[in-house]
Ligand binder design. Sequence first.
Ligand code: F0G
Length: 456
Amino acid sequence: MPLMEPYRIKVVEPIPILTRAEREAAMARAGYNPFNLRAEEITIDLLSDSGTGALSAAQQSAGMLGDESYAGARSFFRFREVVEDLTGYPSILPVHQGRAAERILFGAVLKPGQVSLSNTHFDTTRANVVLSGATAVDLPCAEAADLETPAPFKGDIDLGALAAHLDGDTPVGQVVMTITNNGGGGQPVSMANIAAAAELCRAAGVPFFLDAARFAENAWLVIQREPGWAGKTPREVARAAFDLADGAVASLKKDAIAHMGGFIALRDPDLAAQCELVLIATEGFRTYGGLSGRDLEMLAQGMREVVEPEYLAAREAATRHLGECVKAAGVSIVEPAGLHALYLNAGKLLPHLEPKHFPGHALATELYLAGGIRCAELGSLYLGEEDADGNLVTPAPHELVRLAIPRRVYTQSHLEYVAEVLAEIAKDPGSVPGYRVVEAPPLLRHFNCVVEPVKP
Ligand code: F0G
């Protein structure tokens, strides 16, 4: 099958195309922080695949059926039916987005002094573990450390390390498996790994949850890569993963192809009742959880569309195609390419920049200056540790840039444009300047920091 989007375009939105001088002025005004750019300054926006997808005609029309009753809305029951059918869990609580689900569930499950284990906690997941008084420990598998090996399941958890922690002295409050592993290069987790981790947790009496933001994309990669799953549908594989866990939290801004939404889905009715109390106090009544009836309808329809093989095959092919163009241009990526994002190895492209001059941030900034492409680094600016004077003391393990691909938004020619801009940068990488931090808040500094180019 040739690469082709399995939909045609019915509604379009013009994209701004600025001159280099206008982009330079915009970036300087933004303090060289892409989070401070305005949408009208961006040509291709690859900052996130979250809440940025394009709705289908069927989702739009489902939205018109939205029942906005305060309690007992028809839209909630339609949403619940789809989530129940997908997950098999009896208790379903809607929330406005993934981090609300994390806050509520972890607040009910974790106690101060406990540890939460994961293949990799996403940043909000980690923050919510910390807010509940526990400590977050990531246990990525050994293959994840080598960016360039094309191992099929680099999102797996290290089972040996998991067993050791479950046996250790610090009490483990929960294990969270992030599928796909966003913090770990968007790599999938195998069903064998989920099953083995679930078994270890069951034996230890520790709850095992999925962070299922990209449940359909993980299922698709299992079908493509894991022996024994080739004949299954994405829905069957996703269900098999949910069957192995005690519950799940999900940001539905990803694999429900909608702009807002999430869920907590649980097997244990007592835990669900505890979560429901906090849900009502902080999100909304149990039949809307911070969402409108219209949102619930569009989410339900999106969860049906996202498991369609034609859609997932095209998404995989598009990201892979971008990866091939990027590699042909001489830029290394985290191998193998996943679905929701391509991760560029900026450290390798820009060896003249030390980690303290943030090669990932330098490449992300250059993509904007050269082509109006917005994306974010996953390197020392985001993950590094600095001393009290703001000097980088522990760099990130890798200097990466994430090109997140919104769902159904950009065509193949948009992605080829991105690769062309990158190819231009790769012709003279030595001219890309490094950056230094001018101002940084004490928390989550990548969102709010101000940086400036370092003069050579
Ligand atoms: N878990 C994972 C794996 C995520 O990727 C995200 C969000 C969340 C939880 C939180 O969900 O945003 O709905 O509150 N990831 C976005 C991203 C922000 O760009 O990767 P949320």
